[in-house]
Structure formats: C-alpha cells, structure tokens
Design a protein around this ligand. Structure first.
Ligand SMILES: Cc1cc2nc3c(=O)[nH]c(=O)nc-3n(C[C@H](O)[C@H](O)[C@H](O)COP(=O)(O)OP(=O)(O)OC[C@H]3O[C@@H](n4cnc5c(N)ncnc54)[C@H](O)[C@@H]3O)c2cc1C
Length: 401
C-alpha cells in the first residue's frame, strides 16, 4: 500500500513513523512544502518545544468534542511520553504540567523524529507544495503526478504562515467539497481600538476577564504584556480564540491591574499615602503599586495629572483611580491576524469526518489530522498533544487497526 502524507509537521511525521512501525509493506511518502520538515517545531515553546501536558484533558480544548474525545482516549499524554521515549527522547515536566525535552531544545524533538523516520525508510520530499488532489480508480493523484492508495492531509491550519501553514489544508479540502468552520486565530495577542502606545514593552501581573455581551466567557490571571496594538501574554492568548466566534456579539475585557490586592487594600493604601505623605506626587505614589508607565497611564485614565500632589487631588478622581486599577473595561477587541497566531480555531468537524478513524465521510481513503481539524487547545502543550494523537490515530485507521 502507498500512503501519501501532505505536510511534514507534527501530525504528519507522527503518522509516517507510526505507519512504518506497523508494517514495512506500507510505503510512506511525506510531501513537505518547505525546504525542511518539522520547521515549526523549532519555534514551539520558545525554542524548547512544550510537546505535551500532564493534565491534558478535554477541558483544555475548544471545538469539536467528538473529534477530541476519540483522539485523546486512544492517545493521551502518557502515550505521547511513551512515544517519545521509544524515539529516545527523555522528557521533563515543568510548572503547570508542561512537558519539555530533557535537553530543553526543540531541535532534540526534530532530531529524534527525523532520525526515526529515516531509519524506518519514510520518504520525505521537501519543497513540494501539494496543490491538487484527484481521485482516480480508488487511488489518488497529487499535483497530477504523485500517486497513492491512501492520503493524509496533515498540512496544518492557517496560523503562522512563516512556518509553512497558510491554509492549504482548507484549500485542498474545499476543492474536495468538504465543509469546514472558517479558520480563526487562536493563541494570539488582542488588538484594542485606540489603545495607548505609552505602555509598549510593559509587563504586569493582571487578571483579565472576557465578556461576550454581558456573559463572562473566560477569566485568567498571569503576566500581561502591553504593546502598541493592545495586549498579549498567556492570559490574553488563552481567551483570544473566543473573540469573534459570535459575529453579532459585542466583546469586552475587564482588567484588574493588581489582582493580588483587594479593593479594601488599595483604598487603605491610597488613604495612608494621603494622610502620611500629602505632598507626594500621584506619580510617585503609583510607583509603589505598579510599573511607572502603567501608573502614569492609570492616572491619566482617572483624570489625575501625574505631578499633582496627593493633597490636591479631588476625592472623586481618587475614587475613579481605585476603580480603574481593579476594574478597567475595554471594548473594541480583535484578535491579531492569523499570521501572528500560534494556532487555528475552526476547521473540519465530525460532520465531515469519522472521529474514530479521522477518515473523510465523503472521500474514503482520505484522512485529516492536526490543526486542520476543528479542535484548538490552550497554551501548555495541548496543541502538539492533539497533533501527535491524531497523526497516530490516522495511522491506526490506515493500517486497519
Ligand atoms: C510560534 C509557535 C509556538 C508554538 N508552541 C507550541 C507549544 O509549545 N506547544 C504546543 O502544543 N503547540 C505549540 N504550537 C502549536 C503547534 O505547533 C501546532 O498546533 C502543531 O504543530 C500543529 O500540527 P499539524 O501537524 O497540524 O501541523 P504543522 O505542525 O503546522 O505542520 C504542517 C506542515 O504542512 C506543511 N504544508 C502546508 N501546506 C502544505 C502543502 N500544500 N503541501 C505540503 N506541505 C504543506 C507545512 O509546511 C508544515 O510543515 C506553537 C505554534 C507556533 C506558531
């Protein structure tokens, strides 16, 4: 049997290795658009590759629950660790269950996968973007010249086009008449209309809550990074994929700039400063709470000049400042473009794919894996976990297990 895999990324390579391990009679060829396979892996986890997560469970994902359930039931975090152990990669678990290679280098993940693929005789044809799929007498012809009995579409999603993924999976699937949910950016920064440029480069531990109309969708605490376009950082990335899901809704975010201190503490702090050091400037007082640029921004929002002495600051503005510190609302939110996103939300769902086999319902012999599926995970290794799992699940189905 000849199997063609479109895309030499995480799920494509996991699928290729699994197939050749099952049977040397299965001829496996990976067609990769870029000059090398697994390029994206090198940039994952800030160059360290957070390859799975100890607490990987359906709650760590959004999208099609059926697709997710079958893939994770068969191949969970433990089996990913075993898979990499079988490739000769030791892993280490860090904070929040994040699993990394023992070397802390993503290049190690690429190295063991490529070595195994080569040892097993997987053919990898690089610089080969697949642009067309034609079904002919029960087999498939790619780009009018490469033939295969079974086909795996593992060409990823539409996020991070610099890493080779700009939506080719969806173009190929669309040409086959397969329906999919419009790809949207997930795990990315959020643009805020009219956001100040004065905070660029500042980081601060904050709590952020996202609302769709008046419904709270997500709440998370962690370090927020302020940029000229808006905000980023893990808490922001986690909620970015939810913005815009409902076209008719208004999305807003509320930031608490000092989540470790309650309102009572903030009020008490400011009252003490007022009585103990009435001549102190508002700017100096704020440096006792937050980074200087953030303090000046919050003062401006509260209508207080930074050089005003505390004793000369109207009580109404002080009250406003306290509210803004704990509860600043932003409307006009948009996730950054797909090219800046780590992951794609949307994709092919269980209506078009059998979740147990990952085979297309309308086209027998064609399987879809990884980010092209309508599942996206939170930060922490969940997306690669899903990619390895679906690559291996497709291999089982092709090999008839
Ligand atoms: C900066 C960054 C950091 C990330 N960090 C993490 C992390 O630490 N942990 C985590 O779990 N997830 C992380 N992710 C997400 C994770 O890398 C992806 O979800 C995962 O790689 C998806 O696997 P995949 O097999 O679906 O596709 P990909 O790994 O994206 O591979 C798809 C492959 O297909 C190729 N291709 C595309 N079109 C064609 C075509 N027409 N013909 C042939 N080949 C084609 C591409 O070049 C690519 O090599 C990160 C993503 C980015 C961008």
């Amino acid at each position: 049997m000849k199997v063609a895999i479109i895309g030499g990324g995480a799920s494509g390579m996991a699928c290729a290795i699994s197939l050749r391990r099952k049977s040397k009679d299965i001829e496996v060829t990976v067609y990769e658009k870029l000059p090398r396979a697994l390029k994206k892996i090198l940039v994952t986890g800030n160059g360290r590759c957070n390859l799975t997560n100890e607490s990987s469970s359906p709650e760590c994902y959004r999208g099609d629950a059926e697709l997710l359930r079958h893939a994770l039931e068969k191949y969970n975090y433990k089996s990913t660790v075993e898979f990499f152990d079988s490739l000769g990669l030791a892993v280490r678990t860090e904070a929040e269950g994040r699993v990394y290679p023992a070397s802390s280098q993503a290049a190690s993940v690429v190295s063991v996968l490529m070595n195994e693929a080569e040892t097993l005789g997987v053919r990898i044809i690089t610089d080969s973007p697949i642009k067309s799929i034609e079904a002919k007498n029960g087999s498939f012809v790619l780009n009018g010249k490469y033939t295969a009995d079974k086909l795996v579409i593992a060409a990823g999603g539409s996020a991070a086009k610099a890493q080779g993924t700009d939506g080719d999976s969806f173009k190929l699937l669309g040409a086959l008449g397969v329906k999919y949910k419009t790809p949207r950016p997930a795990l990315t920064g959020v643009i805020i209309d009219g956001f100040t440029k004065s905070l660029k480069g500042i980081r601060n531990r904050c709590e952020i809550a996202l609302f769709e109309n008046s419904n709270e969708l997500w709440r998370e605490t962690g370090e927020i990074q302020f940029n000229d376009y808006g905000i980023s950082g893990i808490p922001v990335m986690q909620l970015s994929g939810l913005i815009g899901e409902n076209k008719n809704a208004v999305y807003s975010a509320v930031i608490d700039f000092l989540p470790d201190f309650d309102m009572q503490y903030i009020e008490g702090f400011i009252t003490r400063q007022l009585s103990d050091t009435p001549s102190k400037s508002a700017e100096v007082m704020m440096t006792g709470l937050v980074p200087k640029a953030l303090g000046n921004y919050l003062l401006l929002e509260a209508g207080i000049r930074k050089d005003t002495a505390l004793k000369d600051t109207p009580a109404a503005n002080i009250e406003r400042l306290e509210k803004i510190i704990k509860n600043k609302k932003y409307v006009g939110l948009t996730p950054r473009d797909l090219e800046f996103a780590q992951v794609t939300a949307g994709g092919v769902g269980a209506d078009e794919i059998n979740p147990e086999t990952l085979e297309l319902r309308k086209h027998k012999g064609i399987y879809v894996t990884g980010e092209a599926l309508d599942v996206d995970g939170l930060c922490g290794g969940h997306n690669l976990q899903f990619a390895w799992a679906t690559g291996r699940l497709a291999a089982d189905s092709i090999a008839g297990e």
